[in-house]
Design a protein around this ligand. Sequence first.
Ligand code: FPP
Length: 245
Amino acid sequence: MPGADAAQVPRHIAIVMDGNGRWAKARFRPRSFGHNAGRKAVRDVVEGCLRQGVEALTLFAFSSENWQRPQDEVSALMELFLRALDKEVDELHAQGVRLRFVGDLDAFGEELRERMRAAMTRTAGNAKLQLNIAVNYGGRWDIVQAARQAARAVAGGQLAIDEIDEARFGQWISLAGLPPLDLFIRTGGDVRISNFLLWQAAYAELYFTDTLWPDFDQACLRRAIEDFARRERRFGRTGEQVAQA
Ligand code: FPP
């Protein structure tokens, strides 16, 4: 697959991987079958990002709200994450991928937390692709946890209230230090953000597709990147200003 023009490749892509359940239902199979197929799509899209030179990929694997799903589905998802960690980390490490989990990890069992920590430590020196898996994540939670850190810094006397500005506050938000989010993709047909990366998506281009997540592959990723490359990103300026820059 030829890489797109490097200047037009988004540096950071986030994906709401939606549609696993419907994909499985269409095949008269349990929802866990769809999640398992979704895992294969994750592998393919990671491969596509590596090929195209995307620097960071952030995937919404489990939202703060997903705990409300039937208990057997939640358990199956946890089991799937554990198995995926066991199976995929070697390969990701060999490919130069740095793995991070973002979200409120305290809610998970000790075994899963320990394996997430081990995977993060093991891959910490890799720099080819930053792969962030959002688990028990919510965009509002993220802003609130940053606000708590800001309040702590003020209470501790390290910071004055008026010193809190967007740049400073942004340092406490998850994924600080990574390239800004350029492209936000949602599969599965719904046109909403669903409490993912609210702060980080401020200037992201949004891309929605009806394709169900298990069917999303490298060709779909390429189409999304091509669509991104055609957008004019103005960041609040006029088209003329952008053309002159
Ligand atoms: C949304 O589809 C998907 C999820 C809640 C889980 C995402 C998990 C994976 C793709 C599995 C592999 C991930 C990793 C990181 C190993 P849905 O169940 O809401 O689908 P529906 O809208 O059709 O019901």
